[in-house]
Design a protein around this ligand. Structure first.
Ligand SMILES: C[C@H](O)[C@H](O)[C@H]1CNC2=NC(N)=NC(=O)C2=N1
Length: 119
């Protein structure tokens, strides 16, 4: 038997979660409209990301700390990759298996904080 994945279902979401919470994941169209208002961010309905080049390593670490504070406040946490002064933030809502309004809100906050780090 050949098992195929429903292309509408996010690859990482268990089927039970997909059935319960699919509605909160943004459509491709909703996401593309949202990304137009989020400079630096790209991605798809599974995940969005932005790499920020800080003015130096410590400025990048300070940005990570500021984003960590915001993430705790929002109870929504990015995946973070630090390479010297390049910091990449990846956002998805793990519980929903895709990008939601929560990710857009955190992306907007990261952009505000990034202007300090790159300043
Ligand atoms: C219990 C708590 O609400 C969850 O574990 C939160 C924490 N931070 C999270 N962050 C992200 N990015 N996705 C989640 O689904 C998520 N869930």
């Amino acid at each position: 038997m050949v098992v195929t994945r429903d292309p509408a279902r996010p690859a990482r979401a268990p089927i039970s979660r997909y059935r319960e919470q699919m509605a909160t994941v943004l459509s491709a169209e909703q996401l593309s409209t949202a990304l137009a208002g989020l400079p630096g961010w790209s991605g798809d309905t599974d995940e969005i990301s932005r790499t920020i080049t800080a003015s130096g390593f410590l400025a990048g670490i300070s940005l990570v700390t500021a984003v960590a504070d915001a993430a705790e406040t929002m109870n929504h946490h990015p995946d973070i990759d630090i390479r010297w002064r390049d910091v990449t933030f990846r956002l998805s809502t793990h519980s929903d298996g895709g990008v939601t309004e929560q990710d857009l809100a955190l992306a907007a906050r990261i952009n505000e904080l990034a202007s300090v780090a790159t300043g």
